[in-house]
Design a protein around this ligand. Sequence first.
Ligand code: KIV
Length: 263
Amino acid sequence: MQNIHHFQEAKTQSRKITVVTCYDYTWARIIADSDIDVVLVGDSAATVMHGYADTTPANLDMMVMHTRAVAKGLNQKKFLIADLPFLSYRKSLDYSLNTVEALVQAGAQAVKLEGVRGNEQLIHHLVESGIPVMGHLGLMPQHVHGLGGFKVQGRVEALQKKLIEDAKSLEALGAFSIVLECIPTTLAQTITYSLTIPTIGIGAGPHTDGQVLVLQDLLGLSDCNAKFIKEFMSGKTLCLDALNRYAHEVTEEKYPTKEFTYE
Ligand code: KIV
């Protein structure tokens, strides 16, 4: 999936869209050779790569650095989306455009931002300027302090109505896709069926048009134990095993042998 049209095609053909986050060159090169459709340089970089408790410390420098590294590794083989960092799109239109410009120059083909209310003018302006915009509704991690923690959203009827309205607004404003994070399955299904643009779920059940997971979560490299995470590999165990074998072979003088030595 290398351009925006594939999102619409996938939805029309009922083909699920696969998205994964990535933050560095090494993993981007591996993903480039995989069957994954789309890569997101998420602001989860703040937690996954920098050890912060949430995504609010992500800033433009951080996002540009990771986006540039991932773009190099992908070498244009996958569609690349970058997150707009916390508050970077709430200051002024000018400030937001500078942020977007920096991310596009670093290699992003589209940007993602959280929420719609108050972002209408920006989304419209970006779309009109040729920048594809992905929305993000439900649990919006940049709102963690306002929400009082990472909690499933949209359990009460008033909030469900608001989420459906917001999704429709995003579509009307020209967003090409919407991430739905941590909402009940039936709500995600209702939103998905009421839109012509594809929804990408994370903790939103099986009825969205695609799924996104944080790379380190799906590889079993993180300690995140959210209910929706499936580890497709026991990454931490495999890595510890390799590191320990290396350490033991060095201390037991088994490595390096002649094979790994310059005569
Ligand atoms: O930052 C991120 O990783 C995200 C995904 C969880 C959708 O926004």
